[in-house]
Design a protein around this ligand. Structure first.
Ligand code: 5GP
Ligand code: ZN
Length: 136
């Protein structure tokens, strides 16, 4: 997958600020951080989205994400953190190699200031419950 930026980073053909790696996973600083310490966790193998990643690589990414999150908390002293993973363009995915954002957060840092939630109609919840469980 030579055209994938993150595959090129994994292969060492593009530079990155490498925080940690093991056989399956690589972590490096985001080049455009939302806050200092913003880190990306990726599987070394190429998968576009969460629909594609194997259970083994998902598990490996999850475990590393937890450990790196702990290090970022200690290193930055940030009082909060978001774990964010975007799939497809409508959800804000720009690099088609699955990645997990770890974003240290502080009060009033102006990230995600709105979250357009609204109370659901009970019938809407029931409709979605039936639709989704039918697909499990
Ligand atoms: P997405 O919008 O796909 O969820 O996030 C992609 C992230 O990758 C962005 O936060 C962007 O700043 C980061 N990014 C894009 N290109 C590079 C790069 O070449 N190096 C690093 N370290 N991060 C990158
Ligand atoms: Zn890739």
């Amino acid at each position: 997958m030579p055209e994938c930026i993150f595959c090129q980073i994994v292969e060492g053909r593009l530079p990155c600020a490498r925080i940690y790696e093991n056989e399956r996973v690589l972590c490096f600083l985001d080049i455009n951080p939302i806050n200092p310490g913003h880190t990306l966790v990726i599987p070394k193998a190429h998968y576009a989205t969460m629909l594609d990643i194997t259970a083994e690589d998902m598990q490996a990414c999850s475990l590393v994400t937890r450990e790196v999150a702990r290090a970022i908390f200690r290193a930055t002293g940030a009082p909060g953190m978001n774990l964010l993973q975007n799939n497809f363009r409508p959800a804000g995915q720009h690099i088609d190699h699955i990645h997990f954002h770890l974003i240290p957060r502080r009060a009033n840092d102006n990230f995600m200031t709105t979250w357009p939630a609204r109370p659901a109609d009970p019938s809407e919840l029931e409709t979605m419950l039936v639709k989704i469980t039918a697909q499990m």
